[in-house]
Design a protein around this ligand. Structure first.
Ligand code: SDX
Length: 431
């Protein structure tokens, strides 16, 4: 049954089509509103605006539901791994054994970066923000592999499989190279026989004459962390990838823009801000009680980083999974992290205090991920880089939806102009 919405403005009525998604979500299609009525719709930050139809991820913020191509995140976290979930998110179905083997081989074969690319690193100060290095070096993939980055949707879609596997694999390698470069350590080349996460840990922590031996729990925890970050509907960085991709910019360029968006502390940079917050609380001899009081004052400098979400008005399902994995990993590795104790106290307080309950502020994906990454020996300034490695499959899948949309058009939102009314130029002598 067709639904329509009727908008009454003054003495006129306008009928607008209603679109219904496969999960029953409804949207008023206001694409023709301005032509029909002269009115635009206003939605600062697009908090209640669908920029697209997408089949990749479904979020139900009210009920804390997250599904990738219909599969609940809880089941993927329990039964799948990062590479398989990346394949699912990009191609729409779980791979059979042959496709999984082929995809894994693609990732291993494209893991190394060109020797010429390694020179780029020398152009950065050792203390450069890793996300600044990652975004620009990823953008340079378009320069080194122009045949995969023609800025022509049709041609780039023909080579999509190779570009997608290369992006996932090389972003991981570039991340490890950034870590090594910033510490004056020699680059450790990838080893084709290693699985995705083991190869990353090898490139990060091995020595030229001694391979890193990770406890199985470490690679498993990293795998879970990347899987849980793989996609998340139209978040700030994913929408950025779609926006840039809609201009027919190639995949690598669009991914670089997504990395830039993710670097902000209100988005992917929150995991760094969480650890800094917990460390400050610890260093001030506070068990969290004083900080909670300050956060309740609404003081922006005392925001509970890792809490709240633009969509979830309930628990972020990923936070629950990461919180448990964090506890398990620290127990298995015999690590007693005082920041975890403080995190638990903040979580308990936030779940009890009216200020947070009224604003539906629950722990989000970033709240525990930083503590797990500390346990994995990942330095704080690399936390958001790990998030970017995880989010790459989601960005790729969204870029592909834009590139493959025959009805697609360049993203070009409107604005409500609130600036000066027309006025004439004034010569300098009369100003
Ligand atoms: C990610 O979109 C995604 O999907 C993102 C992500 C993904 O996977 O891609 O899930 C990853 O980015 C998770 C979010 C990480 N960011 C943080 O943890 C930073 C801390 N959180 C906030 O800054 C905030 O909650 C946001 C940015 C996440 C969401 O902001 P909203 O929905 O725009 O909320 P708001 O700023 O309008 O705040 C509503 C109220 C305000 O109080 P009042 O003005 O009504 O009195 O809640 C308060 C805010 O002051 N508030 C907080 C708070 N977050 C909001 N108060 C204390 N601590 C907080 N963290």
């Amino acid at each position: 049954m067709e639904h329509t919405a009727v908008l009454k403005i003054d003495d006129k009525e306008y009928s607008l089509p209603v679109m219904v998604g496969t999960e029953g979500e409804k949207a008023v299609d206001n694409r023709k509103l301005r032509a029909a009525s002269g009115f635009m719709s206003y939605d600062q930050g697009y908090g209640n605006t669908c920029s697209c139809e997408s089949s990749i991820t479904y979020l139900d913020g009210e009920n804390g539901v997250l599904r990738h191509r219909g599969y609940p995140i809880e089941q993927l976290a329990e039964h799948s791994d990062f590479v398989e979930t990346a394949y699912l998110i990009i191609y729409g179905d779980l791979p059979n054994a042959a496709r999984r083997k082929e995809f894994g081989l693609y990732l291993r074969q494209t893991a190394a970066i060109e020797p010429q690319m390694e020179k780029i690193f020398e152009g950065y100060p050792k203390n450069a923000p890793p996300m600044a290095m990652l975004s620009s070096i990823v953008a340079s993939l378009a320069a080194h592999y122009p045949h995969l980055a023609t800025n022509n949707f049709e041609k780039d879609l023909v080579n999509f499989d190779q570009a997608a596997a290369m992006a996932i694999s090389k972003i991981r390698t570039i991340a490890a190279l950034i870590y090594r470069y910033q510490r004056g350590l020699p680059a450790i080349p990838p080893r084709q026989e290693l699985p995705f996460c083991d190869n990353f840990l090898h490139m990060m922590y091995s020595d030229p004459d001694k391979d890193y031996q990770s406890a199985p729990e470490v690679a498993r925890a990293l795998n879970l962390l990347l899987l849980l970050h793989a996609d998340h509907e139209q978040n700030c960085s994913t929408s950025t990838v779609r926006m840039v991709g809609s201009s027919a910019a190639n995949l690598f360029t669009s991914l670089s823009a997504g990395i830039c968006a993710l670097s902000g502390p209100l988005h992917g940079g929150a995991n760094v801000a969480v650890i800094q917050m917990l460390q400050n609380i610890h260093d001030e001899g506070d068990d969290g009680t004083r900080f909670i009081q300050a956060a309740k004052s609404g003081d922006k400098s005392h925001r509970l980083m890792g809490f709240g979400h633009a969509v979830y008005r309930n628990f972020d399902p990923r936070a629950k999974i990461i919180g448990k994995a964090c506890e398990d990993l620290l127990n298995k590795l015999g690590i007693k992290d005082p920041l975890l104790d403080i995190a638990r106290k903040l979580e308990q307080a936030a779940l009890r205090e009216d200020y947070f309950i009224a604003r539906k502020l629950y722990p989000n994906v970033d709240f525990y991920s930083g503590i797990i990454m500390r346990a994995l020996g990942i330095p704080v300034n690399m936390f958001t880089v790990i998030f970017a490695i995880g989010r790459t499959p989601g960005w790729i899948a969204n870029w592909r939806e834009v590139a493959a949309d025959a009805r697609g058009r360049i993203y070009r939102p409107r604005q409500l102009y609130v600036g000066p009314l027309p006025r004439d130029y004034v010569e300098m002598a009369r100003r």
